[in-house]
Design a protein around this ligand. Structure first.
Ligand code: PCA
Length: 212
């Protein structure tokens, strides 16, 4: 049985909800298999998210891991290409931790690439008419740090595909006129990109610049 582990984040930055966890719970509702989908909510904590993710991977033994986070000021799903080994926190995490210019993992490589077929995933989402981009930065906060820790953990296990996706905030989280995406649209996009990640053997050789 193929197993898919998908995570979303809990609230942070004064918000009541996190769009990523809303989208992941909606994804569960519409998942039709045949793969087994396991979801976990991660805290917006540099230390806690990493620990919980590592434990979930050990427990679930997934074939595919996709972590999802929320991004402000965007209308697009962002399929992240690369995680970098630096934290530069603009605001404290939920534990009050706000490291500046420290590595996610000391002595580890500067960056890891997603092992998802990011272009094929982007095309699958675009075909639904949902705005999407291949993003070259997951930021320098908890999302990037969790993504980096994930790719570092699985670097020696290439049989497990893994990566990170940002979804926009929901309309209820933003002021009128600010960028957002409905939860059901984000969930539909996640469903399509997981299907692409499960079925694509080698990624499309098209420029991300042509996918917009
Ligand atoms: N977004 C933040 C952290 C948690 C989340 O959903 C980020 O992009 O780092």
């Amino acid at each position: 049985m193929t197993r898919v582990l998908v995570t979303g984040f809990g609230p942070f930055d004064g918000q009541q909800v996190n769009a990523s966890w809303l989208a992941v719970t909606e994804l569960v509702e519409r998942w039709s298999g045949p793969e087994e989908l396991v979801v976990r909510e991660l805290p917006v904590s540099f230390r806690g998210a990493r620990q919980l993710l590592r434990a979930a991977i050990a427990e679930v033994v997934p074939d595919l891991v996709v972590c999802v986070g929320e991004a402000g000021q965007t209308t697009q799903v962002g399929i992240e290409r690369v995680a970098v080994n630096v934290i530069d926190a603009r605001i404290p995490d939920i534990d009050g931790s706000a490291p500046i210019d420290v590595p996610v993992i000391a002595g580890a490589p500067a960056a890891f690439f997603s092992t998802l077929p990011v272009k094929a995933c982007a095309v699958a989402v675009r075909e639904l008419g949902v705005p999407v981009e291949v993003s070259n930065s997951a930021g320098l906060y908890v999302c990037n740090a969790t993504f980096y820790a994930l790719q570092h953990l699985l670097a020696s296990r290439p049989e497990i595909r893994s990566g990170f996706v940002h979804v926009p905030r929901t309309p209820a989280q933003v002021e009128p006129g600010e960028p957002s995406m409905d939860v059901d649209v984000a969930a539909t996009a996640l469903n399509a990109l997981l299907q692409a990640a499960l079925s694509t053997t080698s990624d499309l050789r098209v420029s991300a610049g042509t996918l917009a």
